[in-house]
Design a binder for this molecule. Structure first.
Ligand code: SAM
Length: 236
């Protein structure tokens, strides 16, 4: 929860010539945020949807590049700060509160992108606070992503693209199968090795049970994790 105390302070993040407010309760930028942002590459004039936009880094920079951006989040504080960060940086972002595709029913986009919560969450460890909303991806990590992928085709223009990040242990082959099943052509747009997330260490035993594609070392603690940007392209 954002604090209203006058002495609470405010985190500011400077990136690519822009300044962003990052209030308490909204996830600060992580390696995954920058990896995601670098590979979104929104084109001028494109209609872009970002699901789970956090404090609006990618959404605002896509708007700066000339895209028409709708940014959503389930956390009300996030949506408020996306609006503020858009104003702060002289652009317009249509920021809406809601789950997955609920805020954009009936609309279509050239690009749908998300760096969603995807940390596998052991049974009984789910919570409903904003920090958990940024990390927890259900038991297998795919809870939100499954809905994003399944709903993409009906919200993409012909030839449009879905972009989403995954941790390597969620499975590249699994991701391709899900994207194909949703009627999109899958590919890997980019990969990057990142430090293994702290919360991942806390959940390592659970994550190992899900690592069907054998991405984690068998013994010892993993030092890094592969991050992938998966692309699904709709038929033209
Ligand atoms: C991993 S954070 C990413 C934030 C930002 N896009 C970035 O890359 O830094 C995931 C975001 O998704 C939001 N979120 C969680 N569940 C969601 C849902 N069902 N629908 C929309 N947004 C959701 C969280 O509140 C959080 O801001």
């Amino acid at each position: 929860m954002a604090s209203n105390r006058p002495d609470a302070g405010l985190l500011l993040y400077a990136y690519a010539g822009c300044l962003f407010r990052v209030p308490d309760g909204v996830q600060p930028p992580k390696a995954g945020s920058l990896f995601f942002h670098r590979h979104v590459q929104a084109r001028a004039g494109a209609r872009v949807l970002e699901i789970g936009a956090g404090f609006g880094l990618t959404a605002v920079l896509a708007a700066k590049a000339g895209a028409q951006v709708v940014a959503t989040d389930v956390v009300v504080e996030a949506v408020e700060v996306i609006r503020q960060n858009a104003v702060l940086n002289g652009v317009t972002v249509d920021a809406r509160v809601g789950d997955c595709y609920a805020p954009i029913r009936g609309e279509r986009f050239d690009l749908i992108c998300t760096n969603p919560p995807q940390m596998p969450t052991p049974p009984g460890r789910d919570r409903d606070d904003p920090v958990a909303a940024a990390d927890n991806g259900g038991i297998d990590g795919w809870e939100i992503l499954d809905r994003v992928v399944a709903g993409a085709r009906e919200h993409l223009n012909p030839g449009g693209r879905l972009l989403f990040t995954i941790f390597g242990f969620l499975g590249r082959k699994t991701a391709f199968a899900k994207v194909e099943a949703a009627g999109l052509l899958p590919s890997v747009l980019a990969t990057e090795a990142q430090s293994f997330p702290r919360i991942g260490y806390e959940r390592l035993d659970h994550i190992r049970t899900l690592d069907a594609e054998g991405t984690l070392p068998r013994g010892g603690l993993p030092r890094s994790v592969e991050r992938l940007m998966i692309q699904g392209t709709a038929p033209a």
